[in-house]
Design a binder for this molecule. Structure first.
Ligand SMILES: Nc1ncnc2c1ncn2[C@@H]1O[C@H](COP(=O)(O)OP(=O)(O)OP(=O)(O)O)[C@@H](O)[C@H]1O
Ligand SMILES: [Mg+2]
Length: 251
């Protein structure tokens, strides 16, 4: 039994069956990649895991509890954090202020934007945010406006903000999309470091096969809303169905 169990999940948008019968089991403390062509339903699936979408059919269990019908915030409190396809940080705030927000939310179970001015006076929040920035190797950037950072650094900050919530499951939707190769390699190293240092399960959606094969222990290939294959990276690499679905090559 995995820490995340997706059973027979289906989701329609009008006439479009975005997800068919999706079954997925993610084992605790592993890195599990979900790959597939554009429009395969990867982000839709992730949205169903974090309360952004409610599937029409099926069940989603995290550590034995259903996530369905819960708000994104409640799911977050259960131990699931998610990095979006486009970095979601507050550009007008400094790196440090961005990092203090999840520290605050973790401590108080809620967060209001007007609390930002007061956060600097909260010793435990400041200390935790500083420690997280150290962990992310971003301590020297703490005063920077986050909007002025590179895409790689924004992503690094965003991943750190997720970790500040101390998740047991980290979901990443194309964390290296639009990145230069050097930033991509830094992100791979960061995720490897996170995996080594923490008890955490990572589910990652990714187009870049170098990232997928560098990190994952298990891979699910999604095509037209349905899992085609689930296997180890070694077996996935040469799989004819994968070449057909993912690379557009016929077997
Ligand atoms: N809110 C929505 N309303 C209508 N159709 C949607 C909605 N969200 C996604 N879709 C459609 O559902 C299908 C699956 O989309 P999804 O974004 O999950 O694909 P994806 O695998 O994440 O693709 P990509 O690799 O491009 O990010 C696509 O055909 C998409 O156009
Ligand atoms: Mg997507």
């Amino acid at each position: 039994m995995g820490i995340l169990e997706v059973k027979d999940v289906g989701k329609r948008f009008g006439g479009l069956q975005a997800l068919g019968d999706v079954n997925l089991s993610v084992a605790e403390n592993t890195v599990h990649a979900i790959i597939g062509p554009n429009g395969a339903g990867k982000s839709t699936l992730l949205n169903c895991l974090v309360g952004k979408l409610i599937p029409d059919t099926g069940s989603v269990m995290f550590d034995g509890q259903s996530v369905l019908g819960r708000t994104p915030f409640e799911i977050n409190q259960m131990g699931i954090s998610r990095v979006f396809q486009t970095p979601e940080i507050f550009g007008e705030l400094s790196v440090m202020e961005n990092m203090m927000i999840p520290c605050f939310a973790k401590r108080d179970g809620s967060f209001r934007m007007h609390a930002i001015e007061n956060m600097h006076n909260e010793k435990d929040i400041v200390e935790k945010a500083e420690a997280m920035l150290e962990d992310m190797n971003m301590a020297d950037k703490r005063h920077m406006h986050s909007s002025s950072m590179s895409r790689g650094d924004k992503r690094r900050l965003e991943i750190g903000m997720c970790l500040a919530q101390e998740p047991r499951l980290l979901l990443l939707d194309e964390p290296t999309a639009g990145m230069a190769r050097a930033d991509t390699n830094n992100t791979i190293d960061l995720l490897k470091q996170i995996k080594e240092e923490r008890d955490i399960t990572i589910a990652i959606i990714e187009h870049d096969m170098h990232v997928v094969f560098s990190l994952s222990e298990r891979i699910t290939v999604l095509a037209q809303g349905t899992p085609l294959v689930e296997d180890t990276p070694e077996n996935i690499k040469g799989h004819p169905k994968v070449r057909e679905a993912y690379l557009g090559e016929s077997a």
